[in-house]
Design a binder for this molecule. Structure first.
Ligand SMILES: [Fe+2]
Length: 317
């Protein structure tokens, strides 16, 4: 296991680069770096170490274009296709459009809303969810439209040792389906049917770089716990989802145009905003994701694909 900086004071320094924590458990702002330019090895190492420590990093005033966002991502690993089900931006196969109305255009408005609705870790229906994601803000509302992230390592550590030991032994089924209570609109049931994604993941994931255990629950995708009755599964998932999104484990980011968020998708979940639907404000962001490993549980067992293929690197001809 490589040594990684789990304390803020151990994050290595790079010239001119400042790591400014935003809460006790999660989130740091990075100042003093221009992401449009290739990073020096020291800058790259400092950003990667800060990512492992703080789980999500924010960079202001970067104003990247699609090609610059792709180039930034490639400095940290291979990139996936924009989205395995919903495709990519024309001419930019690694870039996924996070448009304001993407959910409402795909699924009926009626849905069952629970306290954890909308929270998710990206693409956990795949056997190898992305390792990390980089999201950039282009059209940003003057107010509203904040994104929240939660630290799933802190959430795991907040459980009692007895419950930790129990969830260490469990696995869950993650599916890509319409939000609970809604159905796919015309034209969107086809991609869902054509690209079925179902995987079984450990409920506790051992991070491949830090060795930390994360409560690997992704409320939008995790449908049931394997081996439990439906009622047992429903009740335990409610408890774990509630734990995962406790406010003290979260950070809330107010976007400005040109900002970049970079998160470790192995140790976090996030919540897209719902409030913007009560406004007419435009909101447009773009995401790239880094190819991820197949998760491993505390018992050493890997995740397994039930339906669908791994999300591999996009290769340009
Ligand atoms: Fe997401």
């Amino acid at each position: 296991m490589p040594a990684v900086p789990l304390r803020h004071s151990e994050v290595p320094a790079a010239e001119g680069l400042a790591v400014i924590p935003l809460s006790i458990h999660i989130g740091a702002r990075i100042d003093g770096v221009d992401l449009k330019r290739p990073l020096s090895p020291e800058q790259r190492e400092a950003i990667h170490a800060a990512l492992l420590r703080w789980k999500v990093l924010f960079f202001h005033d970067q104003h990247l274009d699609h090609a610059q966002q792709v180039a930034l991502g490639r400095q940290f690993g291979e990139l996936t296709i924009g989205h395995p089900v919903f495709g990519y931006v024309e001419g930019h196969p690694e870039v996924y459009s996070v448009g304001r109305d993407r959910f409402n255009s795909r699924f009926s408005a009626q849905r069952l809303v629970r306290p954890w609705s909308g929270w998710h870790t990206d693409v956990t229906a795949a056997v190898n969810p992305p390792a990390a994601a980089i999201l950039r803000g282009v059209d940003i509302p003057p107010y509203g439209g904040d994104t929240q992230w939660t630290n799933l390592v802190a959430a795991y550590q907040g459980l009692s040792p007895t419950l930790q030991a129990f969830v260490d032994s469990l696995r869950g089924e993650h599916r890509f389906t319409p939000p609970e209570g809604s159905v796919a609109r015309q034209g969107f049931s086809d991609p869902l049917a054509a690209t079925p994604l179902v995987s079984e993941h450990p409920l506790v994931r051992v991070h491949p770089l830090t060795g930390e255990k994360a409560l690997f629950v992704s409320p939008a995708f995790l449908k049931r716990i394997v081996g439990l009755s439906l009622r047992e599964s429903e009740q335990l998932l409610a408890l774990l989802f509630e734990q995962a999104i406790r406010p003290e484990y979260t950070v809330r980011f107010k976007w400005q145009a040109g900002d970049v968020a970079f998160w470790d998708n192995r140790a976090t979940a996030h919540l897209p905003p719902e409030d913007i639907y009560a406004s007419d404000f435009a909101r447009q962001l773009y995401r790239v994701t880094l190819v991820g490993e197949v998760p491993v549980g505390p018992d050493g067992r890997q995740s397994t694909a039930i339906e669908g293929r791994p999300v591999l690197a996009h290769t340009r001809e």
